[in-house]
Design a protein around this ligand. Structure first.
Ligand SMILES: C[S@@+](CC[C@H](N)C(=O)[O-])C[C@H]1O[C@@H](n2cnc3c(N)ncnc32)[C@H](O)[C@@H]1O
Length: 271
Protein backbone atom coordinates (compact mmCIF):
# COMPACT_ATOMS: atom_id res chain seq x y z
CA UNK A 1 0.00 0.00 0.00
CA UNK A 2 1.39 3.46 -0.90
CA UNK A 3 2.24 5.98 1.84
CA UNK A 4 -0.57 8.23 0.62
CA UNK A 5 -3.16 5.46 0.87
CA UNK A 6 -1.89 4.44 4.33
CA UNK A 7 -2.21 8.06 5.54
CA UNK A 8 -5.72 8.41 4.10
CA UNK A 9 -6.79 5.15 5.76
CA UNK A 10 -5.27 6.18 9.13
CA UNK A 11 -7.11 9.51 8.87
CA UNK A 12 -10.47 7.82 8.19
CA UNK A 13 -10.01 5.27 11.01
CA UNK A 14 -9.04 7.72 13.76
CA UNK A 15 -11.60 8.26 16.51
CA UNK A 16 -13.80 11.21 15.52
CA UNK A 17 -16.76 12.79 17.28
CA UNK A 18 -19.87 13.59 15.19
CA UNK A 19 -19.95 17.39 14.91
CA UNK A 20 -23.70 17.54 15.72
CA UNK A 21 -23.17 15.95 19.16
CA UNK A 22 -20.14 18.15 19.86
CA UNK A 23 -22.01 21.35 19.06
CA UNK A 24 -25.10 20.31 21.04
CA UNK A 25 -22.92 19.80 24.14
CA UNK A 26 -21.05 23.04 23.48
CA UNK A 27 -24.33 25.03 23.22
CA UNK A 28 -25.02 24.18 26.86
CA UNK A 29 -21.54 25.14 28.10
CA UNK A 30 -21.63 28.34 26.04
CA UNK A 31 -25.08 29.20 27.43
CA UNK A 32 -23.68 28.81 30.97
CA UNK A 33 -20.79 31.15 30.02
CA UNK A 34 -23.24 33.67 28.59
CA UNK A 35 -25.36 33.53 31.75
CA UNK A 36 -22.29 34.19 33.92
CA UNK A 37 -21.28 37.09 31.71
CA UNK A 38 -24.77 38.62 31.92
CA UNK A 39 -24.97 38.17 35.71
CA UNK A 40 -21.53 39.69 36.30
CA UNK A 41 -22.35 42.44 33.82
CA UNK A 42 -18.63 42.63 33.01
CA UNK A 43 -17.94 43.71 29.47
CA UNK A 44 -14.77 42.70 27.70
CA UNK A 45 -14.15 45.02 24.77
CA UNK A 46 -11.29 44.15 22.49
CA UNK A 47 -9.80 47.12 20.69
CA UNK A 48 -6.76 47.57 18.47
CA UNK A 49 -4.24 48.17 21.26
CA UNK A 50 -5.45 45.17 23.32
CA UNK A 51 -4.79 42.88 20.38
CA UNK A 52 -1.37 44.41 19.63
CA UNK A 53 -0.20 43.93 23.21
CA UNK A 54 -1.23 40.25 23.14
CA UNK A 55 0.50 39.53 19.83
CA UNK A 56 3.72 41.37 20.72
CA UNK A 57 4.52 38.54 23.15
CA UNK A 58 3.63 35.58 20.91
CA UNK A 59 7.13 34.55 19.80
CA UNK A 60 7.42 31.88 17.08
CA UNK A 61 4.99 29.31 18.54
CA UNK A 62 2.37 29.64 15.77
CA UNK A 63 5.02 29.03 13.11
CA UNK A 64 6.26 25.97 15.05
CA UNK A 65 2.70 24.67 15.45
CA UNK A 66 2.17 25.11 11.71
CA UNK A 67 5.23 23.01 10.91
CA UNK A 68 4.82 20.28 13.52
CA UNK A 69 1.43 20.49 15.26
CA UNK A 70 -2.10 19.18 14.91
CA UNK A 71 -5.43 20.22 16.41
CA UNK A 72 -8.90 18.82 17.09
CA UNK A 73 -10.97 20.64 14.51
CA UNK A 74 -14.18 20.46 12.50
CA UNK A 75 -13.39 18.65 9.26
CA UNK A 76 -15.61 16.55 6.96
CA UNK A 77 -18.54 17.00 9.39
CA UNK A 78 -16.63 15.46 12.32
CA UNK A 79 -14.38 16.70 15.10
CA UNK A 80 -11.02 15.08 14.43
CA UNK A 81 -7.29 15.55 14.80
CA UNK A 82 -5.95 17.36 11.73
CA UNK A 83 -2.37 18.59 10.99
CA UNK A 84 -2.07 22.39 10.91
CA UNK A 85 -0.62 22.22 7.41
CA UNK A 86 -3.92 20.76 6.16
CA UNK A 87 -6.02 23.27 8.12
CA UNK A 88 -3.98 26.15 6.67
CA UNK A 89 -4.38 24.80 3.13
CA UNK A 90 -8.17 24.93 3.62
CA UNK A 91 -8.07 28.54 4.83
CA UNK A 92 -5.71 29.74 2.10
CA UNK A 93 -7.46 27.99 -0.82
CA UNK A 94 -9.96 30.84 -1.50
CA UNK A 95 -7.10 33.38 -1.66
CA UNK A 96 -5.14 31.18 -4.08
CA UNK A 97 -8.25 30.73 -6.21
CA UNK A 98 -8.71 34.50 -6.53
CA UNK A 99 -5.04 35.05 -7.43
CA UNK A 100 -5.20 32.25 -10.04
CA UNK A 101 -8.42 33.73 -11.49
CA UNK A 102 -6.85 37.18 -11.91
CA UNK A 103 -3.59 35.76 -13.31
CA UNK A 104 -5.58 33.79 -15.90
CA UNK A 105 -7.57 36.93 -16.82
CA UNK A 106 -4.42 39.04 -17.39
CA UNK A 107 -1.58 36.72 -18.45
CA UNK A 108 1.89 38.19 -17.94
CA UNK A 109 0.68 40.90 -15.55
CA UNK A 110 2.36 40.91 -12.10
CA UNK A 111 -0.38 41.11 -9.46
CA UNK A 112 0.00 43.11 -6.28
CA UNK A 113 -1.33 41.18 -3.28
CA UNK A 114 -1.74 42.53 0.27
CA UNK A 115 -2.36 40.56 3.47
CA UNK A 116 -3.88 42.68 6.24
CA UNK A 117 -2.79 41.32 9.65
CA UNK A 118 -0.10 39.03 8.22
CA UNK A 119 1.28 38.22 11.72
CA UNK A 120 3.05 34.84 11.58
CA UNK A 121 3.46 35.33 7.77
CA UNK A 122 2.60 31.66 7.10
CA UNK A 123 0.20 32.78 4.34
CA UNK A 124 2.77 35.07 2.72
CA UNK A 125 5.44 32.36 2.89
CA UNK A 126 3.11 29.84 1.20
CA UNK A 127 1.94 32.30 -1.47
CA UNK A 128 5.55 33.28 -2.19
CA UNK A 129 6.36 29.60 -2.65
CA UNK A 130 3.30 28.95 -4.84
CA UNK A 131 3.38 32.01 -7.14
CA UNK A 132 6.97 33.34 -7.01
CA UNK A 133 7.58 36.24 -9.41
CA UNK A 134 4.03 36.23 -10.75
CA UNK A 135 2.90 38.26 -7.75
CA UNK A 136 4.27 41.05 -5.57
CA UNK A 137 3.49 40.37 -1.92
CA UNK A 138 3.01 42.93 0.84
CA UNK A 139 1.97 42.26 4.45
CA UNK A 140 1.02 44.64 7.22
CA UNK A 141 0.50 43.96 10.93
CA UNK A 142 -0.06 46.06 14.04
CA UNK A 143 2.67 44.19 15.94
CA UNK A 144 6.29 45.06 15.01
CA UNK A 145 7.66 42.17 17.08
CA UNK A 146 5.51 39.66 15.27
CA UNK A 147 6.82 40.77 11.87
CA UNK A 148 10.38 40.63 13.21
CA UNK A 149 9.88 37.07 14.50
CA UNK A 150 8.38 36.01 11.16
CA UNK A 151 11.35 37.41 9.21
CA UNK A 152 13.71 35.45 11.49
CA UNK A 153 11.66 32.25 11.29
CA UNK A 154 11.04 32.10 7.55
CA UNK A 155 14.32 33.69 6.35
CA UNK A 156 14.76 33.34 2.58
CA UNK A 157 11.19 32.04 2.21
CA UNK A 158 10.02 35.64 2.61
CA UNK A 159 12.54 37.06 0.11
CA UNK A 160 10.90 39.77 -1.98
CA UNK A 161 7.98 40.16 0.46
CA UNK A 162 7.45 43.69 1.87
CA UNK A 163 6.36 43.89 5.52
CA UNK A 164 5.14 47.06 7.23
CA UNK A 165 3.81 47.96 10.64
CA UNK A 166 0.35 49.44 10.10
CA UNK A 167 -3.20 49.14 11.34
CA UNK A 168 -5.96 47.44 9.38
CA UNK A 169 -8.17 50.34 10.34
CA UNK A 170 -5.92 52.87 8.59
CA UNK A 171 -3.52 51.25 6.08
CA UNK A 172 -1.50 54.46 6.12
CA UNK A 173 1.45 52.72 4.36
CA UNK A 174 -0.70 51.73 1.35
CA UNK A 175 -1.66 53.97 -1.57
CA UNK A 176 -5.25 54.18 -2.86
CA UNK A 177 -6.23 51.43 -5.36
CA UNK A 178 -2.74 49.93 -5.35
CA UNK A 179 -3.56 46.20 -4.86
CA UNK A 180 -5.28 43.68 -7.14
CA UNK A 181 -6.03 41.26 -4.30
CA UNK A 182 -6.34 42.21 -0.64
CA UNK A 183 -7.07 39.54 1.94
CA UNK A 184 -7.45 39.30 5.69
CA UNK A 185 -7.48 36.08 7.67
CA UNK A 186 -8.73 36.32 11.24
CA UNK A 187 -7.38 39.87 11.54
CA UNK A 188 -10.68 41.77 11.55
CA UNK A 189 -11.81 39.39 14.29
CA UNK A 190 -9.23 41.19 16.48
CA UNK A 191 -10.92 44.57 16.02
CA UNK A 192 -14.60 43.73 16.49
CA UNK A 193 -15.56 47.34 17.23
CA UNK A 194 -13.47 48.88 14.45
CA UNK A 195 -14.37 46.45 11.66
CA UNK A 196 -16.17 49.20 9.71
CA UNK A 197 -13.00 51.34 9.57
CA UNK A 198 -10.99 48.28 8.49
CA UNK A 199 -13.46 47.40 5.70
CA UNK A 200 -13.35 50.99 4.43
CA UNK A 201 -9.52 51.19 4.59
CA UNK A 202 -9.19 47.86 2.75
CA UNK A 203 -11.62 48.90 0.02
CA UNK A 204 -9.68 52.17 -0.44
CA UNK A 205 -6.39 50.38 -1.24
CA UNK A 206 -7.95 47.67 -3.45
CA UNK A 207 -8.56 47.97 -7.20
CA UNK A 208 -9.68 44.37 -7.71
CA UNK A 209 -11.15 41.98 -5.18
CA UNK A 210 -11.01 41.51 -1.41
CA UNK A 211 -11.08 38.04 0.15
CA UNK A 212 -12.15 38.06 3.79
CA UNK A 213 -11.46 34.80 5.64
CA UNK A 214 -13.00 35.89 8.92
CA UNK A 215 -15.68 34.91 11.44
CA UNK A 216 -19.12 35.34 9.85
CA UNK A 217 -21.79 35.43 12.56
CA UNK A 218 -24.61 34.58 10.16
CA UNK A 219 -22.95 31.25 9.24
CA UNK A 220 -22.67 30.02 12.85
CA UNK A 221 -24.82 27.40 14.56
CA UNK A 222 -26.22 28.11 18.06
CA UNK A 223 -22.99 27.18 19.92
CA UNK A 224 -20.86 29.21 17.51
CA UNK A 225 -23.14 32.25 17.74
CA UNK A 226 -23.09 32.22 21.55
CA UNK A 227 -19.30 31.82 21.46
CA UNK A 228 -19.05 34.88 19.20
CA UNK A 229 -20.88 36.84 21.91
CA UNK A 230 -19.14 35.39 24.99
CA UNK A 231 -15.71 35.56 23.30
CA UNK A 232 -16.34 39.10 22.05
CA UNK A 233 -15.59 38.04 18.48
CA UNK A 234 -16.32 39.97 15.29
CA UNK A 235 -20.06 39.73 14.59
CA UNK A 236 -20.65 42.44 12.00
CA UNK A 237 -18.59 41.63 8.90
CA UNK A 238 -21.52 41.28 6.46
CA UNK A 239 -23.37 44.40 7.72
CA UNK A 240 -20.14 46.45 7.55
CA UNK A 241 -19.50 45.30 3.96
CA UNK A 242 -23.07 46.29 3.05
CA UNK A 243 -22.68 49.67 4.78
CA UNK A 244 -19.48 50.33 2.79
CA UNK A 245 -21.52 49.76 -0.39
CA UNK A 246 -19.34 46.87 -1.59
CA UNK A 247 -20.62 44.10 -3.87
CA UNK A 248 -20.34 40.56 -2.49
CA UNK A 249 -19.33 38.20 -5.31
CA UNK A 250 -19.59 35.06 -3.20
CA UNK A 251 -19.80 34.06 0.44
CA UNK A 252 -19.77 30.63 2.06
CA UNK A 253 -18.80 28.95 5.33
CA UNK A 254 -15.49 27.06 5.57
CA UNK A 255 -15.87 23.35 6.29
CA UNK A 256 -12.51 22.97 8.02
CA UNK A 257 -12.19 25.12 11.17
CA UNK A 258 -9.05 25.69 13.23
CA UNK A 259 -11.29 26.39 16.25
CA UNK A 260 -14.62 24.57 16.02
CA UNK A 261 -16.51 27.33 17.81
CA UNK A 262 -15.04 30.18 15.79
CA UNK A 263 -17.11 29.98 12.59
CA UNK A 264 -14.99 31.15 9.70
CA UNK A 265 -16.54 32.19 6.43
CA UNK A 266 -15.17 33.33 3.11
CA UNK A 267 -16.55 36.58 1.68
CA UNK A 268 -15.24 37.70 -1.70
CA UNK A 269 -15.97 41.33 -2.47
CA UNK A 270 -15.53 43.49 -5.56
CA UNK A 271 -14.71 47.16 -5.07
C1 LIG B 1 -5.28 35.57 14.56
S1 LIG B 1 -3.83 36.40 13.92
C2 LIG B 1 -3.91 35.94 12.22
C3 LIG B 1 -2.58 36.01 11.56
C4 LIG B 1 -2.55 35.52 10.12
N1 LIG B 1 -3.41 36.33 9.28
C5 LIG B 1 -2.95 34.07 10.02
O1 LIG B 1 -3.89 33.78 9.28
O2 LIG B 1 -2.30 33.23 10.65
C6 LIG B 1 -4.34 38.09 13.92
C7 LIG B 1 -3.26 39.06 13.51
O3 LIG B 1 -3.85 40.35 13.35
C8 LIG B 1 -2.97 41.30 13.89
N2 LIG B 1 -3.76 42.49 14.24
C9 LIG B 1 -4.57 42.69 15.29
N3 LIG B 1 -5.12 43.91 15.22
C10 LIG B 1 -4.65 44.49 14.10
C11 LIG B 1 -4.85 45.75 13.48
N4 LIG B 1 -5.65 46.65 13.99
N5 LIG B 1 -4.20 46.00 12.35
C12 LIG B 1 -3.36 45.11 11.78
N6 LIG B 1 -3.13 43.90 12.33
C13 LIG B 1 -3.77 43.59 13.47
C14 LIG B 1 -2.32 40.64 15.08
O4 LIG B 1 -1.10 41.27 15.46
C15 LIG B 1 -2.14 39.23 14.54
O5 LIG B 1 -0.91 39.08 13.91
Amino acid sequence: MSKNKRQTLAYRMQPAIPAGLFFWLKSWSQLRRLRKKLIRGKEVRRHTTVSRDIYENYGPWEQEMYLHGQEYTTCDGKIRLVPFTRIRAGYLAPVKTEIERQLAAAPGQRLRVLEVGAGNCINLMLLNEAFGDKIELVGIDISPKRLEVSRETWGAKLDGVDLHVDSATELATCADRSFDVVFSMHCLEQVPYDAGSAVRAISRVCRGRIVFVEPVFEFGNTAQKIYAITGDQLRTLLPEIAKAGLRVVESYPLDILAHPLNKTGVVVVEV
